[in-house]
Design a protein around this ligand. Structure first.
Ligand code: AMP
Ligand code: MG
Length: 408
């Protein structure tokens, strides 16, 4: 069925959302429970392990939003007021003397008895240093009330929140010097293929450089994972079995390649022999073949080997899985509709994720969308989603997923 609910041409292909739902279910069945306490400066990219409850009111006391004068409105009868004290940020003021005003600066506590701050631009200092207010004032103006951001006992960040600069800043504002975070997910990265060699070596006949290894290793690091670089795996069953057997201490084995044709699918054979295997044909392009299984109890995700397929399936399926293992609820990237700046005359039976950009408010796509062409993604700012069984004329809406949404 396509999203409109009509039978489509998808046939036996598994819709992306079904595959994602299954992966997330598996992730929930194997949550990472261990946690560690880290200094606030080191929690970037990690996942909060317990709810952060405020132990203070923020701000702790009413304070001034302006440089100006604090007064009690009832004391103001149109006559200039004497300045009875000066309050800078960081000082503790005296209660306001009745019938006077206080010079006050941004962030300074508003003295007890004052109910309004007038900005200095609306105040005239007289020759006798008394202050005349020139505009109408209202109670509470320019005062940031106690607890306006948060109050004692309030839930500020829930367990499962991914921590970045903003959450770190927020935790700091509440006085947290350290946070409990979920321990890093340990991910072993395997690149399969007899044709692969590493950059730095001379290219022989039939060989290509391994691009997926560094792509995935550095991406996983950005996601806060502990990466075990398990290198290249030649297309051989005994070697595959042996290498998988060395990786029993990890939370996930993430491999690329070797999932498209049965004959060279040694990963699949090994999983079938010593674990279990689900081979999915996904309604996704680039992509399509995806392996999920276990080897001696260790979860394994096998992504397709073409680099653009690796990228798309990692972004849309493996990344959410890894985040959910750590208890993250919001695992799907933000997408938003933009008008297409291209035509799509031929409907496909797979959901396409075209590497594209937004130019003059319209989604444009890289000229070569072959799954082997990683350059398309380097050029792109995002993935342009074209649904199954869809044709497009220019100006019709497509979803755009910024790459920045999935890279971190
Ligand atoms: P496979 O799924 O093994 O049949 O691989 C599909 C295509 O992706 C083939 O053209 C492979 O050469 C290519 N490929 C597989 N793994 C990698 C890799 N790690 N780096 C670059 N290309 C790869
Ligand atoms: Mg291969």
């Amino acid at each position: 069925m396509n999203p409109a609910g009509k039978p489509g041409k998808t046939g036996s292909l598994m819709p992306v959302e079904v595959a994602l739902a299954r992966l997330l279910e598996m992730a929930e069945a194997a949550p990472i429970r261990e946690r560690e306490h880290l200094p606030l400066a080191q929690v970037q990219g990690r996942v909060l392990a317990e709810d952060l409850i405020s132990t203070l009111d923020l701000p702790p006391w009413p304070n001034s939003a302006m440089d100006g004068y604090a007064l009690r409105l009832a004391d103001w009868n149109g006559e200039p007021l004497v300045v009875s004290q000066k309050i800078f940020a960081g000082q503790a003021p005296q209660p306001l003397q009745p019938g006077t005003c206080a010079r006050i600066f941004t962030g300074a506590p508003v003295p007890a008895g004052a109910d309004c701050v007038e900005m200095q631009e609306n105040a005239e200092v007289q020759a006798d240093e008394r202050v005349l207010f020139t505009e109408t004032m209202t109670p509470g103006q320019n005062i940031r009330p106690q607890g306006q951001e948060t109050t004692v006992g309030e839930l500020v960040l829930s367990a499962g929140t991914r921590l970045g600069p903003i959450e770190q800043g927020l935790a700091a504002s509440l006085g947290c010097a350290e946070l409990a975070v979920v321990r890093k997910v340990r991910v072993a990265v395997l690149s399969t293929g007899d044709e692969l060699i590493e950059p730095g070596q001379a290219l022989g006949p039939g060989q290509i450089y391994n691009s997926n290894r560094v792509l995935l290793c550095s991406w996983l690091q950005r996601l806060g994972c502990e990466v075990i670089d398990a290198g290249i795996l030649v297309d051989d069953l005994a070697v595959t079995r042996a290498r998988l057997g060395e990786l029993t201490h990890v939370d996930l084995i993430l491999s690329t390649g070797g999932v498209s044709v049965g004959e060279a699918d040694f990963l699949g054979i090994a999983l079938r022999e010593e674990g279990e295997l689900a081979l999915w044909k996904l309604a996704i392009k680039p992509g399509k073949p995806l392996t999920f299984g276990h080897f001696r109890g260790v979860p394994v995700i096998g992504l397709p080997g073409n680099p653009a397929s690796t990228l798309v399936t990692f972004a849309l399926l493996a990344r959410p899985y890894l985040l959910r293992r750590q208890g993250v609820q919001e695992v799907e990237p933000l997408k938003f509709p933009v008008p297409a700046g291209f035509v799509w005359p031929k409907a496909g039976n797979r959901r396409e994720y075209l590497r594209g950009r937004i130019e003059s408010g319209r989604a444009t796509i890289y000229r070569n969308q072959s799954s082997g062409v990683l350059r398309s993604a380097a050029w792109a700012e995002g993935l342009v989603e074209v649904l199954e069984d869809r044709t497009l004329i220019e100006g019709e809406y497509v979803n755009f997923i910024p790459l920045s949404e999935v890279l971190g």
